[in-house]
Structures are given as structure tokens and as C-alpha cells.
Design a protein around this ligand. Structure first.
Ligand code: ZN
Length: 107
């Protein structure tokens, strides 16, 4: 950038919103303060406000749009059915040896 103030027709870098690239632009109009007001893209000849060669910030997705497709599908599904109750564990009859002795004594 030269030290002198910009003049009409100067070539400067700027972001072209139509080309979506940082490209050479001609100064098309100057602001009263001496800055560049509008520039014309030398590639597509689109005239737009001077953007100070700043790339636009990427649009952020809304909070609801950040969910992945899989999460959206899962959110719409009914809850999974309850798993069937586990079969009762086989109850092993422990032989009470003392009760067995008493039973035999009675005989
Ligand atoms: Zn352009």
C-alpha cells in the first residue's frame, strides 16, 4: 500500500462478494474522509462497498441445526421397549442337613 492517500482508479485488494475471493479492485469512489468508499472488481466488474480486504465471517448454524442427521432421526424415534425381565434364577434347594437328620429321627 503506498503512503499517499488512495485515488480513483488505484488498484487495491478487496474481497469480492460476487466472486467470493480476495481479488484486485479499482477504487471506484472515495469517502469524504479520504478513505476508499466503493471498489470495482477487476474480474467481474462488480462495484461494491470497500470491505478493507476482510473475508466475511462464516455463517454460523443455528443451535437446532448443529445436530447431526443421526441425532435428529434418533430424537424422532420412540424409546426402545423395555427389555424382558430376566428369567428367575434357578433356586437351588439347599438341603438342610440338620432338618434331614430331624426328619429321619422321627421315623
Ligand atoms: Zn468479482
Amino acid at each position: 500500500m503506498p503512503d499517499r492517500p488512495p485515488r480513483l482508479g488505484d488498484v487495491i485488494d478487496d474481497y469480492c462478494p460476487r466472486c467470493r475471493l480476495l481479488l484486485n479492485h479499482d477504487v471506484a469512489s472515495l469517502a469524504p474522509e479520504g478513505g476508499v468508499a466503493k471498489v470495482t472488481c477487476r474480474t467481474c466488474f462488480n462495484t461494491h462497498d470497500y470491505r478493507h480486504a476482510q473475508l466475511p465471517t462464516r455463517r454460523k448454524a443455528k443451535a437446532g441445526e448443529t445436530k447431526s442427521l443421526m441425532e435428529q432421526v434418533l430424537a424422532g424415534m420412540p424409546p426402545p421397549p423395555e427389555p424382558p425381565a430376566a428369567p428367575p434364577a434357578p433356586v437351588r434347594k439347599r438341603r438342610d442337613l440338620w432338618a434331614e437328620v430331624e426328619r429321619l429321627k422321627k421315623k
